[in-house]
Design a protein around this ligand. Structure first.
Ligand SMILES: *Cc1c(COP(=O)(O)O)cnc(C)c1O
Length: 396
């Protein structure tokens, strides 16, 4: 019998919609033409890209000419931040971002620091929220760019992006948001003009890997990041990933068509997941805001365990989750996000994240929690610290 897989890592990537795969296939074979070609075979690809661009633009209230397809969400983040910094360097050298960004943003900002830019990394509160007041405090006449994510990938927190963007734009400063986790999960709109740039990625919404987009408001002067051909209105060289773009648009269409229903369904499962765990597993806490949270996002810290150990044991039952630590040079460092929300290192090591998807069932969640209870219980039973702590705790 094939092993049952319970996939609860949808923040890392998602299974593709079969319909999206289907729409891609002809563009690998009979419709393979290079969209830059001068014949009708090429035009098919070109037309498909423009249709996709219109669909994607409509999904965030943008104009088609403001959407640029990229090779990933990472590329969109790099492009937006590096090129905006370069284009507006005459105005100033100060950039503001946050301590809880994805590495695609954080490492890009660090690279700019090495080029001589000054970067302020805002701290979130203990729920992972970046307050508008904290942004107001650090804006200077020298600030040219603010980059704050719409929703966090590790703790699922939704940021008050409308307000943050408004504050920024009112002062004539560019606002970029990494919306890779939020796109397709929340209604997003650039219509009020406060967001100058927005990044998203296909594989987080049931589309293919290796394709993303950057929305660039039409007044933003953004130079090309990749030099070469004249694709994407001379702003993003490289032969277009036609199948990827077509698959992205189809996935977006399906995602947005069912967005509200998915959100309601996932929210119910998420709350059930969190409540059951908090009720049945001692010394657990939710990381990130309970209220301002992505619908399918569940994340905890458990004391007296290592997240990695639990994950390995869950994997043998076919359960796919994620921990909050990144393994670097053989040592496990607690995640920068968990550190930023003020969790002590030993607590942050016990982080586990489960991100639900369109195929997740209540049965999957019950099975996962049952296994977690057992695994966490077993690990704790072997811990001398836990025995001591539990005994003392029990007396009080
Ligand atoms: C996944 C992710 C990215 C990177 O997108 P890729 O398309 O995988 O490069 C960037 N930011 C956030 C918040 C993400 O979750």
């Amino acid at each position: 019998m094939e092993k049952r897989i319970i996939y609860l890592d949808n923040a890392a990537t998602t299974p593709m919609y079969p319909e999206a795969v289907e729409t891609m296939l002809p563009f690998f074979t009979e419709k393979f033409g290079n969209p830059s070609g001068q014949y009708s075979l090429a035009n098919e690809g070109k037309r498909a890209i423009e249709t996709a661009r219109k669909q994607i633009a409509a999904s965030i209230g943008a104009r088609p000419e403001e959407i640029y397809f990229t090779g990933s969400g990472t590329e969109a983040d790099n492009w937006a931040i590096k090129m905006a910094a370069h284009a507006y360097r005459d105005k100033g050298r100060h950039i503001i971002t946050t301590k809880i960004e994805h590495h695609a943003v954080l490492h890009t900002c660090e690279a700019l620091e090495r080029e001589g830019y000054r970067v302020t990394y805002l701290s979130p509160d203990e729920d992972g929220i970046i307050s508008p007041e904290s942004l107001l405090r650090v804006l200077t006449p020298d600030t040219i760019l603010v980059s704050i994510m719409t929703a966090n990938n590790e703790i699922g927190t939704i940021e008050p992006i409308e307000e943050l963007a408004k504050i920024t734009t009112e002062r004539g400063i560019l606002f970029h948001t990494d919306a890779v986790q939020a796109y397709g999960k929340l209604p997003l709109s650039v219509e009020d003009g406060n967001i100058a740039m927005l990044s998203a990625s296909a594989h987080k919404i049931g589309g293919p890997k290796g394709v993303g987009f950057l929305y660039v408001r039409r007044d933003v002067r953004l130079q090309s990041f990749l030099h070469g051909g004249a694709q994407e209105k001379r702003r993003r060289a490289g032969t277009e990933n036609v199948p990827g773009i077509v698959g992205f648009a189809k996935a977006a269409e399906l995602t947005f068509a069912s967005q509200e229903a998915t959100e309601a369904r996932e929210r119910e499962l998420r709350d059930y997941f969190m409540e059951r765990v908090l009720r049945e597993i001692p010394y657990a806490r939710v990381t990130g805001s309970v209220k301002h949270r992505l619908s399918g996002h569940v994340s905890f810290c458990f004391q007296f365990i290592e997240g990695e150990t639990v994950l390995i044991m869950l994997d043998s039952d076919g359960i796919c989750g994620s921990s909050g630590s990144a393994c670097t040079t053989g040592q496990t460092e607690p995640s920068h996000v968990l550190t930023a929300i003020g969790l002590p290192e030993d607590v942050a090591h016990g982080a586990l994240r489960f991100t639900l998807g369109r195929n997740t069932t209540k049965d999957d969640i019950d099975f996962t929690i049952d296994r977690m209870k057992e695994v966490i219980g077993k690990i704790r039973a072997m811990s001398p610290y836990y025995a001591k702590f539990a005994a003392r705790d029990g007396r009080e």
